[in-house]
Design a protein around this ligand. Structure first.
Ligand code: ATP
Length: 332
C-alpha cells in the first residue's frame, strides 16, 4: 500500500506520529509518503496546499490525515474542503459507539450508530461573497450529490439493521426538500425502513436516546455538528474517527480539529487517529490487522492507559507506544 501521511497542524503533529508507531508495529508492507499541508505551511510559504500536494495524494492508495487549523481569514481557503472536492470524496463516515471502559454522558452504553455526512456540497460549497456589510454563502444541494450519499447510506443500512434516519431542515431551508426527496426515494427503492427528522429536534433526540438510531444520513454542516456533539456520548472528541470515501480515493482522519489549546504538550488523545487507522485497514482489506489494533486499544484502555482528557496520566506518545508494543508482542 502507498499511504500519504499528513500530520497537518496543532495536535495533528502529535496524534499522527503516535498512530504511525501503531501502524509500523503491524509489520505491513506500506510505503509512507509524507505530505506537508495546512496553516503552518501557509504562514511559511503563502500556500496551505499546492497542486503538487494534491497530485501526491492522488498517486497514493489512501491518506492518513491529522488535523489542520483553519483561521477565520477570508483569504485562506480551507485545506479540507479543497481536498474533499479535488479527490471527490463525497461520503464522510463517522461511526459512534462507546469504548468501554470510557464513560460518556449516559450510563447505558448499548448504542452504535453511524453518521453518513454528505461531504462536498451543502453549506460547505465554498461559494461565498464576503462583503463588509453583507456576506453570503451559497448552500448547494444537487440531485447527483444527494443520490450518491443516499445510495451509500442505504448500502450501509442494508448491511446493518436495514434502518435509516434522514436528517434535514426542509421546512425552513427549501434546498433540503431535494435532499429529503432523493433520500426517501433511494430508501424506498432499496426496501429500507426510514424515517426523517428535522435537525434541531433530532439533535435533542440523538443526544438523549442514541440507542434508537443506526444509520443517519444528512447534509454537510448538519453532519459536522451532530458528530462533534456525539463526542459527548462516547467520552470526548479525542475518541471519534472518520473516513472520507469517494469512488477513487479514501482519506482517514479523526473527527477532532487541530486543538490549538492543547497543542505542543503531548497530551492529545491519539485514539481517534488510531481508530481512523483501523478504518483505513478495514477499507484496504486488512481485516485481521484492524481487529488487532482494536484489541490492543481495548486492552490499553482496560489497563488504564489514557491521556488526561480521559482522566489518565499518559502522554500521546506513550499511548501510541504502549499500543504498538502490545501489537508487536501479539504478532510474535
Ligand atoms: P480547529 O480550529 O482545528 O477545529 P478547535 O479547537 O476549534 O480546532 P477541536 O480541535 O475539535 O476544535 O477541539 C475542540 C475541543 O476538544 C478543544 O478544547 C480540544 O482541546 C478538545 N480536543 C479535540 N481533540 C482532542 C484530542 N485528541 N484529545 C484531547 N482533547 C481534544
Amino acid at each position: 500500500m502507498k499511504l500519504a501521511v499528513v500530520e497537518g497542524d496543532g495536535i495533528g503533529k502529535e496524534v499522527i506520529p503516535a498512530t504511525i508507531e501503531v501502524l509500523d508495529s503491524l509489520g505491513l508492507d506500506i510505503e509512507k509518503i509524507p505530505v506537508e499541508l495546512g496553516y503552518g505551511k501557509w504562514e511559511r510559504t503563502g500556500s496551505a496546499i499546492t497542486d503538487e500536494d494534491i497530485s501526491v495524494m492522488k498517486s497514493c492508495d489512501c491518506v492518513l490525515f491529522g488535523a489542520v487549523t483553519t483561521p477565520p481569514d477570508p483569504n485562506y481557503k480551507s485545506v479540507l474542503l479543497t481536498i474533499r472536492k479535488e479527490l471527490d470524496m463525497y461520503a464522510n463516515i463517522r461511526p459512534i459507539h462507546p469504548l468501554p471502559p470510557v464513560k460518556g454522558i449516559h450510563e447505558r452504553n448499548d448504542f452504535n450508530f453511524i453518521i453518513v455526512r454528505e461531504n462536498t456540497e451543502g453549506l460547505y460549497s465554498g461559494i461565498e461573497d464576503i462583503g463588509s456589510d453583507v456576506s453570503t454563502t451559497t448552500r448547494v444541494i444537487t440531485r447527483k450529490g444527494s443520490k450518491r450519499i443516499a445510495d451509500y447510506a442505504c448500502k450501509l443500512a442494508k448491511n446493518r439493521m436495514n434502518k435509516l434516519t434522514i436528517v434535514h431542515k426542509s421546512n425552513v431551508i427549501k434546498s433540503d426538500k431535494l435532499f429529503l426527496d432523493v433520500c426517501r426515494q433511494a430508501a424506498t427503492d432499496e426496501g429500507i425502513l426510514y424515517m426523517d427528522e428535522l435537525v434541531d429536534s433530532f439533535a435533542y433526540k440523538l443526544i438523549s436516546s442514541p440507542w434508537n438510531y443506526d444509520v443517519i444520513v444528512t447534509t454537510n454542516l448538519f453532519g459536522d455538528i451532530l458528530s462533534d456533539m456525539s463526542g459527548a456520548l462516547v467520552g470526548g472528541l479525542g475518541l471519534l474517527p472518520s473516513a472520507n470515501i469517494g469512488d477513487r480515493y479514501a482519506f482517514f482522519e479523526p473527527v477532532h480539529g487541530s486543538a490549538p489549546d492543547i497543542a505542543g504538550r503531548n497530551i492529545a488523545n491519539p485514539i481517534a487517529a488510531i481508530l481512523s487507522l483501523k478504518m483505513l485497514l478495514e477499507w484496504h482489506g486488512n481485516i485481521a490487522e484492524a481487529a488487532i489494533v482494536e484489541e490492543a486499544l481495548d486492552t490499553a484502555l482496560n489497563m488504564g492507559v489514557c491521556t488526561p482528557d480521559l482522566g489518565g496520566r499518559n502522554t500521546t506518545s506513550e499511548v501510541g507506544n504502549l499500543i504498538a508494543k502490545y501489537i508487536s508482542t501479539r504478532m510474535e
